[in-house]
Design a protein around this ligand. Structure first.
Ligand code: GLU
Length: 580
């Protein structure tokens, strides 16, 4: 979490503002910049708790700048805790992404420090280290060696020199003819550059004017391997929609099709390996864990592969079932989810092989993987995962089909066509009317079974995130074992009902007879439903795994709007969860 950027070159102030705006999805508790002008001088800073868009598009003219958009982990959301943090004598300013896990110990033993946030501990350590070390990079190395946890740091000095150190949290360097950029991800400076280098773990970069140097953990100089990556600029506009969430929901008919076109060619060797092993462990966190459940279900159902899903932060509970040479498939939109990276590290230490499914090229998980698959969804700006979730499940469906010796491409083409008809203003407005009757509810329950259980889980998560309403998903079979006690007159229950699904219709009767307000998410209306939300209808019943997600996304969106929430930026959340 947190987004960090830096730029050097002539008049890079406006580029820095634009670059940081693109990272706001990583945290929006506060923002700040530190900069120097011309060939150096006093470092100036600007910090704010206001949205970054209120800053306009420019900082004063400057030649080197660092910026930060914060997701607070230690210390309240306050100007005092806002980055950049500066040395007492203003001899440097730094921004930080991560958590100094041993910050309390460091405060007790190494420094006397009344400051609150973990980042300020780094500042105090660097002040001391700079007074002793022979070089700035040596001082930063000393500090890094003392920090527990994942910490990536950018430091600006008054002479315009910049140091960047990567440890755990992501960092890329990119360049034009006359500028260097550093950023947590590649979308910040995509309009200006397509040449990137992911900074390797434990490495330090030094930039001054037109000179750049990369040092490894022993401070030996190393080569920088620039990679060409194009990111489409159109992805950053709302295209006339009021929110990115709505835009990203509406474009899913295209993203599932793009996923199918790209996945086909990539799968070959991975399929061969899975056929050899017969075992797969899928892991992810949050919504990505629910998509893992869905993909695992598809793989078991279609191929008989022993595929299980486990939340990344609970991998210990299943790892004993897997051994040397088995695959773990890590699913993460950002490819930087700290919980998932830790799970993969743990799996690797047991001899497991790594595959990943991520939306961000060159991300940490992609680079850790023997087989890395892309979502092909384009940047997803809304904090909630919508188009990346459907793309992930599309991948799972295609993988399952390929393992069975079939090609799922035609079915995805049909799905894409059906979604292009379904994702209209008419359907969206109908769902908006339904949500008007849910908006004041104390709790919303979402019931499903089989393929629809992960859909129900994702719907409940989306509702919580987008509207702050309490929503809980349950397997329909759980109802009589406890959940029914929560149902009373007027309690909204959303039910996923498959074709000819007499089991779910009985469940509907049971909650209805206790007075529930029933929202049927189904292929056809039923007299039991108080409200009916139609699902997209496709010929392959397995694609319900994808179709079932879309009504839940629209319900969450409209509930959020009616509750006065900006669903693109739910409070306390950030898109890329790079801390544990
Ligand atoms: N721990 C730092 C803070 O609270 C940085 C947070 C982060 O990177 O998410 O300000």
């Amino acid at each position: 979490m947190c987004g960090i950027i830096a730029c050097t070159g002539e008049d890079v102030g406006s580029l820095a503002v634009e670059g940081l705006k693109r990272l706001e999805y990583r945290g929006y508790d506060s923002y700040g910049f530190a900069w120097v002008t011309g060939s150096g001088g006093a470092i100036q800073t600007r910090k704010s708790l206001e949205p970054l868009e209120d800053l306009g598009d420019r900082l004063p003219q400057c030649s080197a700048v660092v910026g930060h958009t914060r997701w607070a982990t230690h210390g309240t959301v306050s100007l005092e805790n806002c980055h950049p943090h500066s040395a007492h004598d203003n001899s440097f300013s730094l921004v930080h992404n991560g958590i100094v896990e041993n910050y309390q110990d460091l405060r007790k033993t190494d420094i006397t420090c009344a400051d609150v946030s973990d980042t300020q501990v780094i500042v105090r350590l660097l002040e001391t280290a700079l007074s002793k070390a022979a070089s700035r990079e040596g001082a930063l190395r000393d500090v890094l060696d003392r920090l527990g946890g994942r910490n990536t740091i950018l430091v600006l000095f008054p002479d315009g020199e910049m140091l960047a150190a990567r440890h755990g949290s992501p960092l890329l360097v990119s360049r034009t003819e006359s500028q260097y950029f550093l950023s947590s991800d590649l979308i910040s400076f995509a309009p200006y550059t397509s040449l990137y280098c992911p900074i390797p773990e434990q490495h330090i970069v030094r930039i001054k004017g037109k000179c750049i140097a990369l040092y490894d953990a022993t401070l030996s100089l190393c080569d920088i391997d620039w990679v060409q990556v194009e990111v489409s600029n159109s992805e950053f506009s709302k295209d006339g929609y009021p929110h990115f969430m709505m835009k990203e929901i509406m474009e899913q008919w295209q993203t599932v099709s793009r996923q199918a076109k790209s996945t086909g060619a990539d799968l070959g060797n991975f399929v061969l390996e899975l056929e050899r092993r017969g075992n797969l462990l899928l892991t992810g966190a949050g919504g990505a864990y629910y998509t893992c459940l869905q993909i695992a279900w598809l793989l078991r159902e279609v191929t008989g592969l022993k595929a299980l899903a486990v939340p990344a932060y609970e991998i210990e509970s299943l790892e004993a079932l897997y051994g040397q040479g088995d695959f773990v498939l890590a699913v993460s939109q950002s490819g930087e989810t700290a919980d998932t990276i830790s799970a993969v590290e743990r799996a690797e230490s047991r001899g497991m092989r790594v595959a990943s499914l991520v939306n961000m090229p060159m991300s940490t998980l992609a680079r850790m993987s023997e087989f890395s698959f892309a979502n092909h969804s384009g940047p997803e700006i809304c904090v909630l995962s919508t188009k990346s979730a459907t793309a992930q499940i599309t991948f799972g469906y295609l993988l399952a089909k390929r393992l069975k010796g079939q090609d799922g491409g035609a079915a995805i083409d049909q799905l894409s066509h059906v979604l292009s008809q379904y994702l209209t203003r008419t359907v969206s407005w109908k769902i908006r009317e339904v949500t008007k009757r849910l908006v004041s509810a104390h709790s919303i329950f979402v019931l499903g079974r089989g393929l629809f259980l992960p859909c129900a889980m994702i719907a409940a998560l989306n509702i919580k995130e987008a509207s702050y309403s309490h929503a809980e998903a349950f397997a329909a079979g759980e109802l009589k074992h406890g959940v029914l006690a929560l149902i009373e007159k007027g309690v909204p229950v959303m039910l996923y009902v498959d074709r000819d699904d007499s089991y779910m219709l009985n469940v509907a009767s049971e909650v209805k007879s206790r007075g529930a307000h029933l929202v049927g998410i189904a292929y056809e209306d039923n007299e039991l439903f108080d409200d009916f939300v139609p699902m997209p209808i496709v010929s392959d019943p397995l694609l319900a795994a994808i179709c079932g997600l879309i009504p839940g996304q629209l319900i969450a969106y409209h509930l959020g709007i009616q509750a006065g929430v900006n669903p693109d930026r739910p409070r306390n959340l950030a898109k890329s969860v790079t801390v544990q």
